[in-house]
Design a protein around this ligand. Structure first.
Ligand code: BDR
Ligand code: CA
Length: 307
């Protein structure tokens, strides 16, 4: 397998990045960045800082700095102004690649026949890939994305951040015909990080203190904004699904993206009873075995010691 990770780090993106980087069997070939949790220059810097911290040798390509049509939205209340606040991060070393993220995606798909695209931010870059390289996208294995919700949102009552931040892009992706695995909030809220996991990460060594500080910030933001104890590990669920699909339950559904609704912009409309009669376009993850999830998560995170 060859993997591309498109992200907007982002506390939980950082963990998705680290698990993917540590799991050589996934064949991560490059990281692409998009505006989302913060502005593009911040998400591009954050991705490189995290990779530098653990000496993971991967190129980072910057993508589009704003959504396709709508105004940019970022999430400073959840991730801080920089997109990755809460820890003393070392200055980043590696330069950003000269090639644009979408171009890198296209070249990689052209080169290999087994590319999977993981997306953990707004779907702007992925939609551009579909619009600009329509002849290539059917070579893709699948797009595994964290986004949307079945029964609730986190930016509006029905809309999740990654979809809300660029619903027009999400619509293009869901209508592309590429096999999609959707990781909704309903799933990510089953893998809540508590003080126990934060402490365990801290005990792994000095560099891991930075990771635990990031989680402490992320967790306190969730307490402030949503009033919940513990923080969902949204983005790593994508990579964990690729590593261990057997710990997840899923079903195929037709999913439409709402781009017009006054109250529902950015909603993922999941047709649970197939009332539309439309063919399924996404495999939606429904549940996960929490204990196994964290077992595997820690196995992978611990590998970073030797990376
Ligand atoms: C998603 O939005 C961001 O805050 C996280 O990084 C995640 O990708 C959760 O709604
Ligand atoms: Ca993200």
């Amino acid at each position: 397998m060859h993997l591309i990770l498109d992200c907007d780090p982002g506390h939980d993106d950082a963990f998705a990045l680290l698990i993917a980087g540590a799991s050589k069997e996934l064949g991560l070939t490059g990281v692409t960045t998009v505006a989302g949790n913060s502005y593009l220059h911040n998400t591009s810097r954050n991705a490189r800082t995290i990779l530098d911290l653990f000496d993971i040798d991967l190129p980072v390509f910057a993508g589009r700095e704003k959504p396709l049509l709508r105004n940019i939205v970022i999430a400073p209340d959840i991730h801080g102004q920089s997109g990755l606040e809460g820890a003393n991060l070392p200055a980043m070393k590696r330069p950003i690649e000269k090639t644009n993220a979408v171009q890198f995606m296209a070249e990689t798909i052209e080169k290999y026949d087994d590319v999977t695209l993981v997306a953990t931010g707004p779907l702007t870059n992925v939609a551009l890939l579909i619009l600009m390289h329509p002849h290539l996208i059917h070579k893709l294995n699948s797009i595994v994305l964290m986004g949307g919700g079945i029964s609730f949102g986190n930016v509006t009552p029905v809309s999740e951040f990654n979809i809300f931040a660029d619903a027009e892009a999400a619509k293009i992706v869901f209508e592309s015909g590429v096999p999609i695995v959707m990781v909704p909030l309903d799933l990510t809220h089953q893998v809540i990080v508590t003080d126990e996991e934060i402490f365990r990460i801290r005990s792994l060594g000095q560099k891991f203190e930075i990771l635990s500080d990031l989680l402490i910030f992320f967790k306190s933001a969730y307490k402030k904004v949503f009033g919940i104890e513990g923080v969902p590990l949204h983005d790593p669920c994508t990579v964990m699904y690729l590593l261990s699909p057997e710990i997840f339950e899923s079903k195929e559904y037709h999913v439409d993206i709402e781009t017009k609704g006054e109250l529902t912009y950015g909603q993922t409309v999941v047709d649970l009873w197939n009332t539309s009669g439309k063919k399924a376009n996404a495999r939606v993850l429904l549940s996960v075995k929490r204990e196994r999830f964290f077992q595997i998560f820690f196995e992978k995170i611990s590998l970073l010691k030797g990376v």
